[in-house]
Design a protein around this ligand. Structure first.
Ligand code: 5GP
Length: 191
């Protein structure tokens, strides 16, 4: 069997690191397809079902887990998130760059299974800067901001793990300036 002609790019980073903005820029490229994850979390203002996420009930999500419909899935801050399997297979077979924006536990699962790709971690300049970005975002309350900061500390530590003999991430890009970060990530994907 020949290797698939496309390429998987995994982007992770703490909430507020800027990874969503980086992915939004990458999505503009015609040869890039983006994975729409499933989640049990409530829809935020401005989000659209089937575009930003597939919003599922917990029962529906669990049923899909049992049916092995997810490439990976993880719990984050009390909600479940998972990557549907078939869009990636289809995109890679068509030679696309397939972009996953997922958290660290899901990335670990992909690494453990030796799934080839470019694994990029977007890091904030500091935790203080991360807090200030989350506060400016306004869509998270104080409790959720504190929870997300605690998770961020764990994620920053986990990002340095070695999984199945390789670093979890091929590269960490510190996001001081968004335009510069986007240019750096683009240069990694399309050298
Ligand atoms: P948010 O609630 O802010 O949209 O996402 C919370 C976290 O879940 C983010 O780190 C986001 O990247 C991650 N996430 C989104 N979709 C998936 C997914 O399909 N799998 C995993 N493992 N994480 C996801």
């Amino acid at each position: 069997m020949s290797a698939s002609p496309g390429r998987l790019v995994v982007v992770s980073g703490p909430s507020g690191s800027g990874k969503t903005s980086v992915c939004r820029a990458l999505k503009q490229r015609p040869d890039v397809e983006f994975s729409v994850s499933a989640t049990t979390r409530a829809m935020r203002h401005g989000e659209r079902d089937g575009v930003d996420y597939h919003f599922l009930s917990r029962d529906d999500f669990q049923r899909r887990v049992a049916e092995n419909q997810f490439l990976e899935w993880a719990s984050y801050n009390g909600n479940l998130y998972g990557t549907p399997r078939w869009p990636m297979d289809q995109a890679l077979a068509r030679g696309k760059t397939f972009l996953l924006e997922i958290e660290v536990k899901g990335t670990r699962q992909l690494r453990e299974r030796g799934i080839p790709g470019l694994y990029v971690f977007i890091a904030p300049p500091s935790l203080a800067e991360l807090r200030s970005r989350l506060e400016k975002r306004g869509s998270n309350d104080q409790t959720e901001i504190s929870q997300r900061l605690r998770i961020a500390e764990d994620e920053l530590a986990a990002a340095r793990e070695i999984v199945a003999g390789v670093p979890m991430y091929d590269i960490t890009v510190e996001n001081r300036d968004l335009a510069e970060t986007i240019r750096s990530v683009e240069a990694l994907i399309w050298p």
